[in-house]
Design a protein around this ligand. Structure first.
Ligand SMILES: Nc1ncnc2c1ncn2[C@@H]1O[C@H](COP(=O)(O)OP(=O)(O)OP(=O)(O)O)[C@@H](O)[C@H]1O
Length: 427
């Protein structure tokens, strides 16, 4: 860094000069596409074998790909897709691959319109044909379908449509889209379509019409979870480019791999652990990443996902949680469901919110227990019956922040009922 830069970087200087840990952190991000995918050769070869006929302008079989989250399904399919387009380019055959994430594109209309748009985008690069511009809403679905067929016929060749998270599409909009897409070839003369569906939910096929299922699953490929040694290889490959040489203690990669393998062999989780460990070491200006950073990273990732989950809870669950947080803050580290109920009633009354029945609040407490926010233990109190003892499983500061910033609770002026009022009730 030059002297001039040194003085002008002000607040950010310390973050720029301390590059003892990362060489290129982007390599650890989910969006990064590695050149090779260790331990996925059999699956990659199987996909390539099914798609190969498209290089002779023949229709490949449709494929259904299953596997738990982070088992490399998307990365492998994208890799094969890029290789196919590349090989097609060399052979002068038209092989195009479009990728749709059905978590976002989850209705028939949007799927058809998006495929049309992506095909036209690819074609626009090689020709000056005018575009159709199907609007993202507004047309009758039949018209979109007819227009998509026109676009496909105009461009010819083979189109591979990857429907990632296909289960989300089926759950949201049923199987009509798949029914139409698996039949589109019979309406086409100059071009062919093949579908690759990717899912991490094995049971989604229960929702499919048997005819759709048999056509969609002409080929099935399963991606098994990675074991710890396989995750070590995957992490090592990425770490070599991502970290400064010598910045990782010997035990770091095996620990990240072991923790991720314990869950369900998820490469994404393993990469997150490694990246966050590096970030924590970087932030405390450490010389190297150690196993201690990995343990912190594990905690941080767990808390982050819990906070995200809490922020999406319904308002009433948040009020129940608020009652528990107040009890925790007035120094009752363990409290009973009766105490929660009593405080919950006061909070809802004070904030002019609906008060749910005892039964419903008990259900909400059980849900929070299942999410891992709290622990509950049923204890017998002799002739007073049984009650639930509750305590927090995680540190509460960030949960508190989420609740205090909840727009609906802010609207009801949540801070009006604070620890002081709660304290008075239990004195
Ligand atoms: N064999 C591998 N080698 C290198 N990186 C891998 C490998 N498998 C997965 N990854 C990386 O792990 C992350 C998750 O992989 P990917 O998105 O392909 O998983 P997925 O099975 O599609 O998961 P999901 O079902 O949650 O979408 C990506 O960053 C990907 O690059």
């Amino acid at each position: 860094m030059t002297d001039e830069m040194n003085t002008s970087m002000g607040l950010f200087k310390k973050y720029l000069v301390n590059n003892k840990i990362f060489r290129n952190r982007e390599i650890l991000r989910h969006s990064y596409r590695p050149q090779t995918l260790p331990h996925r050769t059999p699956q990659i070869d199987s996909i390539a074998a099914v798609l190969a006929p498209s290089l002779h302008n023949e229709t490949p079989s449709n494929i259904l790909i299953y596997g738990k989250t982070g088992t490399g399904k998307t990365a492998s399919v994208r890799y094969v897709g890029a290789e196919l387009e590349n090989a097609g380019g060399h052979l002068n055959t038209t092989c195009r691959v479009v990728h749709l994430n059905c978590e976002v594109i989850d209705t028939q209309y949007r799927v058809l319109a998006q495929i049309a748009k992506l095909v036209e985008n690819v074609d626009a690069m090689s020709s000056d044909r005018t575009r159709t511009h199907i609007p993202m809403t507004g047309w009758p679905t039949d018209q979109v379908y007819a227009e998509l067929k026109n676009i496909l016929e105009n461009s010819g060749g083979v189109l591979v449509i990857i429907l990632d998270e296909i289960d989300k599409l089926v759950k949201k909009s049923g199987d009509e889209t798949l029914y139409n897409l698996t039949r589109i070839n019979s309406d086409l003369e100059r071009s062919k379509v093949c579908i690759i569906g990717i899912s991490n939910d094995l049971r989604f096929t229960d929702f499919l019409d048997p005819r759709v299922l048999s056509s969609l699953s002409e080929e099935e490929i399963v991606f098994p979870p990675y074991n710890a040694p396989q995750l070590v290889d995957i992490l090592k490959q990425r770490a070599d480019e991502a970290f400064v040489p010598g910045a990782l203690h010997e035990g770091v990669i095996p620990l990240c791999a072991a923790l991720a393998a314990q869950e369900h062999g998820d490469a994404r989780r393993a990469l997150d652990l490694l990246r966050v460990s590096g970030e924590l070491a970087d932030r405390e200006s450490a010389d190297a990443v150690t196993e201690k950073h990995v343990r912190w990273a594990q905690e941080k990732i767990e808390t982050d996902s819990m906070v995200e989950c809490i922020s999406t809870l319904p308002t009433q669950s948040k009020v129940v949680l608020y009652a528990m947080l107040l009890l925790h803050r007035i120094n009752q580290k363990i409290f009973t469901s009766g105490e929660v109920m009593r405080l919950y009633r006061e909070v809802t009354r004070e904030l002019s919110l609906e008060t749910l029945t005892h039964r419903r609040v008990t259900d909400l407490i059980s849900e929070l227990n299942m999410l891992g926010v709290i622990s509950t233990r049923v204890i017998s109190r002799g002739r007073y019956g049984r009650t639930k003892e509750i305590s927090f499983d995680v540190t509460t500061d960030r949960i508190w922040d989420v609740i205090m910033k909840d727009p609906r609770l802010v609207e009801h002026n949540i801070s009006r009922f604070n620890e002081e009022q709660a304290g008075k009730l239990f004195r």
